[in-house]
Ligand binder design. Structure first.
Ligand SMILES: *[C@@H]1O[C@H](CO)[C@@H](O)[C@H](O)[C@H]1NC(C)=O
Ligand SMILES: *[C@@H]1O[C@H](CO)[C@@H](O)[C@H](O)[C@H]1NC(C)=O
Ligand SMILES: *[C@@H]1O[C@H](CO)[C@@H](O)[C@H](O)[C@H]1NC(C)=O
Ligand SMILES: *[C@@H]1O[C@H](CO)[C@@H](O)[C@H](O)[C@H]1NC(C)=O
Ligand SMILES: *[C@@H]1O[C@H](CO)[C@@H](O)[C@H](O)[C@H]1NC(C)=O
Length: 447
């Protein structure tokens, strides 16, 4: 049969040297993963033929997989904060003028030259008042005075079984303290006369520059990722990030829960427009918005991913729930519309929605599916659009890769992203059916 079967050490990522058996590292049975390698491709993960074939060929090794993948043990690590050097001179500061920060965990082994950069999310501030009070956010969303060490989990985790493709990469979690998706460049004045710094773009540039010096500049592979407002930032910056590296370096982007839709809410209005309009104007985001869109549409409309993805040229993976809990709560059923008890319980938990409400939410899903049609024709892109009521699925062990992880095509998110990342010849473009069709959407997922 026209296929060869390899066992790879699961740390190997997409290293082409693994295409020959002799080039493989010594390995222990505990860390093996199966690789099915079609002759023409550069795939580095099991693909194509069914698990059944693998079971027949390599029964003992295949038998090891489930207990290892699903074991309960976690290897989450707390990673300290590094403040950006020379932040004030570069004007790359948080809303309150303090230096921004990031958490860096060094890679090891064959991951030492690979870099994963995660841009944190956390909504936006769209008015002077919002941005002023955000400076006091105890989560540090406007000031590094409140930033604490954080736990690395999910795609940032160090457990090889839970995170086989990225566990030993250099991993960076960039703190979000500008309120403008790492994209603004302006100043404002708070009510009390103090200066408000809208410097997300400078923060992004200065942090990447500093990381370049710390080894990112020598990367052989890099993945720019982020969640929510950080997922949106990932789309805004994917191409300019890619442009910082020589052609032979593999650069990809993964936008998690950043696919914000321009939709009408339960009142029939686009209440959310005021947020995006406020951010774009107050924080001066024009520089990062696609020029061809700005020529035709209002700036706020060009801040929506449905517009952004049309012009992105780098390989991108879009991970989102078609019933994204954040968008249901803040875009579709915003508190400002004083929703009745029934809507409140529906946005609290999708299980509580009545049939009229589900129809409305399915309309939202259909808009997302339509907006993603352009991805069909984008060859190196990946999709994982599940129907679970959740938000931010890469940075949580449970969603990323566990018995409770949402599955599409029987793949967990970690498996789907891994297959896409390794340039599998088979498509990794999965769109789930309508809620509640997917039995893998569990109650264990982050709400
Ligand atoms: C925010 O913090 C500043 C200085 O730490 C303080 O003066 C101000 O009253 C605080 N504002 C709010 C709304 O808590
Ligand atoms: C990049 O690699 C070169 C050659 O190995 C080395 O001299 C240099 O210090 C490295 N730079 C960084 C930022 O790691
Ligand atoms: C569902 O709840 C909404 C909001 O309260 C209400 O307008 C609608 O009539 C309800 N639909 C059904 C089928 O109960
Ligand atoms: C789905 O994946 C699980 C775990 O990887 C495996 O045990 C199961 O047999 C697969 N099911 C199908 C239908 O392929
Ligand atoms: C992942 O989500 C679950 C469910 O909400 C939560 O209990 C757990 O603390 C989360 N883990 C991390 C690392 O955030």
């Amino acid at each position: 049969m026209g296929h060869q079967y390899f066992i790879r050490s699961s740390s190997s990522g997409c290293d082409p040297t693994l295409l020959s058996l002799t080039a493989m590292e010594p390995r222990t049975p505990q860390t093996e993963q199966l690789l099915l390698h079609p002759e023409q491709g550069r795939d580095c993960r099991a693909w194509g033929l069914s698990a059944l074939v693998l079971l027949l060929l390599l029964p003992s090794a295949a038998g090891l997989l489930p207990p290892l993948l699903f074991r309960a043990q976690r290897l989450e690590t707390t990673v300290p904060l590094t403040l950006l050097a020379g932040a004030q001179e570069k004007g790359a500061v948080c809303l309150d003028g303090t230096p921004p920060g990031y958490h860096l965990q060094r890679g090891s082994g064959d991951g030492s030259n690979n870099w994963l950069i995660h841009l944190q999310g956390g909504g936006w501030c769209s008015t002077v008042q919002d941005c002023s009070s955000r400076r006091n956010s105890s989560l540090g969303l406007g000031s590094s005075n409140f930033m604490k060490p954080i736990l690395f989990a999910g795609i940032l985790g160090s457990d090889q079984q839970l995170n086989p493709d990225f566990y030993n990469w250099n991993k960076v979690y960039v703190r979000y303290c500008d309120g403008g998706s790492f994209s603004g460049d302006a100043e404002g004045q708070a009510q009390d006369g103090s200066t408000l710094y809208f410097r997300g773009l400078r923060i992004y540039e200065a942090v990447i520059d500093e990381l370049m010096e710390k080894g990112l500049g020598n990367a052989t592979q890099a993945l720019l990722t982020g969640c929510s407002a950080g997922g949106l930032a990932t789309m805004l910056h994917c191409d300019d990030f890619s442009a910082k590296f020589p052609r032979e370096v593999s650069i990809k982007c993964l936008a998690d829960a950043g696919f914000f839709l321009d939709v009408k809410d339960i009142s029939g209005e686009r209440t959310f427009w005021s947020v995006f309009d406020g951010v774009v104007q107050l924080q001066n985001l024009r520089k990062v918005l696609p020029k061809d869109c700005l020529a035709k549409k209002k700036p706020k409309e060009c801040f929506f991913p449905a517009e952004l993805i049309k012009s992105i040229r780098s390989p991108m993976f879009i991970l989102n729930s078609a019933y994204d809990s954040f968008q249901v709560r803040y875009v579709l059923i915003p508190d400002s519309l004083a929703p009745d008890k029934s809507w409140l319980s529906c946005k609290e938990n999708i299980r509580n929605c009545n049939s009229t409400q589900m129809e409305f939410l399915n309309g939202f899903r259909n808009t997302m599916v339509d907006a993603l049609k352009v991805v069909e024709h984008k060859e190196k892109w990946g999709l994982f659009i599940d129907s679970c009521f959740t938000h931010c699925q890469t940075v949580n062990d449970t969603s990323w890769n566990s018995p409770f992880s949402p599955r599409l095509g029987n793949k967990t998110i970690a498996e789907a992203v891994g297959d896409w990342h390794c340039g599998s010849s088979r498509r990794v473009k999965e769109i789930d059916c309508e809620y509640p069709c997917n039995p893998t959407c569990s109650r264990q997922l982050p709400p």
